[in-house]
Design a protein around this ligand. Structure first.
Ligand code: PMT
Length: 391
């Protein structure tokens, strides 16, 4: 976001107060934000608030004489990286869809030469109205990206679709918009998190995977333009925007879900820490302490990555290896035994549950160390390497 120039259009809606928070997030991340308020938007939040948060003048009038050439509608968008309208009211979208330019915001949208993102916010009936849906269709045809809306409780007290996305989601949508589309058109299946193997109705065998690495990679793959289906074990993370998630518990459920979706995938990424073994038979009832120390017979789980790599039309397979020592030799052995072109090696003591990671990628050309950093940054590096291998 550093150095990006965003024009933020704010039209009339209660959600305008959330746009103040969005400005704060963008400015904190190093973006320059020019806020354009419509007459309706100014009824909800004043220009003073946006000026204080953006540190820049706020624009409200098509005839504003502050622009040297008196053409704010041109000047504001030249050099801008994106125009985002949040909230976008039903009226604003109707005017935009019809190419009207009767105020500064609609005029600059017509005069712009950068992407337009629109975050609708309105009552659920207004959102569902055929006229609004028709206007949305026109805006999409004209190349605008529609963000949301979300569903939930509305300011009017009704519940339904029409809530503006949260500022964090809009921030992410802008990042998605700016990311290089290295994997556009690729379908990816990815596994993430731990698996849980039932011992009895209340106990499981599992591990300490938090899912952070897998979720970061799913997000980076989606951001690069791929269509991502993530098969996830039980974790407490939000599914990244735009990623299709299948929730499972056991390794066998993960296996079934992967095999169900792998048919059309060009890439398979196995980040999950899959339990290698499971109890042969989960007890039907809770095992009682009074019955003495139980003897639990373990049997091996299917190896999902090996089986996907052996499919007749196998996708490009990326494995992970979490080791506590001798990373290179263990990772290379796993790459060879699973017959996969790329494996990502990391040390458990650095990776498991942590926010950061340091990885080495092993492929036919040798070892490639990526810089230590947040899992988001590491995921971005993995995506870039993967895209080079597929090019
Ligand atoms: O979730 P986090 O807290 O962010 O931690 C991330 C991580 C450490 C779990 C992740 O970065 C990682 O290294 N995942 C792989 C864990 C591992 O070592 O797996 P493995 O060595 O058991 O298996 C090697 C590969 O085969 C992995 O790609 C694994 O997903 C896959 N596998 C393993 C067993 C099995 N039955 N099926 C599989 O698909």
């Amino acid at each position: 976001m550093q150095g990006r120039r965003i024009v933020l259009g704010v039209s009339g809606g209660v959600a305008a107060y959330k746009s103040a928070e969005l400005v704060r997030l963008l400015v904190k991340a190093g973006a320059q934000v020019d806020v354009v308020l419509t007459a309706g938007g100014a009824r909800f939040v004043t220009a003073v608030t946006f000026q204080a948060l953006s540190g820049r003048p706020v624009w409200t009038d098509l005839w504003d004489a502050r622009a040297n050439n008196n053409m704010a509608h041109i000047d504001l968008t030249r050099g801008a990286d994106a125009v985002l309208i949040a909230p976008a009211s039903a009226d604003l979208m109707a005017r935009l869809a019809n190419g009207q330019c009767d105020d500064l915001l609609t005029t600059l949208c017509l005069a712009r030469d950068c992407p337009l993102l629109v975050a609708p916010a309105m009552n659920r009936q207004m959102w569902q109205h055929p006229a609004t849906q028709r206007n949305i269709g026109l805006l999409i045809t004209d190349g605008a990206e529609i963000l949301g809306p979300a569903s939930g409780e509305q300011a009017c007290g009704e519940v339904g679709e029409g809530r503006m996305l949260e500022p964090e989601d809009l921030f992410e949508a802008l990042l998605d918009c700016f990311a290089p589309k290295l994997l556009v058109g690729k379908r990816v299946v990815l596994t993430a998190g731990p698996t849980q193997e039932a011992v009895d109705p209340v106990r499981v065998l599992t591990n300490l995977s938090s899912g952070k690495m897998g979720y970061a990679l799913a997000k980076a793959l989606h951001r690069a333009g791929a269509e991502v289906t993530m098969v996830s074990g039980p974790v407490s993370l939000a599914v990244p925007r735009g990623v299709n998630c299948v929730q499972i518990k056991s390794a066998r459920e993960m296996y079934e879900a992967v095999m169900q979706h792998i048919g059309h995938a060009q890439i398979f990424v196995a980040v999950a820490a899959v339990a290698d073994f499971r109890p042969e038979q989960a007890a039907e009832h809770k095992i009682k302490k009074a019955d003495g120390t139980p003897e639990i017979q373990l049997v091996p789980n299917p190896d999902i990555l090996s089986d996907v790599a052996s499919l007749p039309n196998a996708p490009f397979c990326v494995g992970f290896a979490a080791e506590s020592r001798d990373l290179e030799s263990y990772a290379q052995k796993k790459r060879a035994s699973k017959r996969i072109p790329l494996i990502v090696g990391n040390l458990v003591q650095n990776a498991l549950g942590a926010d950061d990671n340091q990885v080495i990628l092993f492929d036919d050309a040798g070892a490639h160390a990526l810089e230590h950093g947040s899992k988001e940054l590491v995921a971005q590096g993995i995506v870039e390497h993967l895209a080079k291998l597929l090019a």
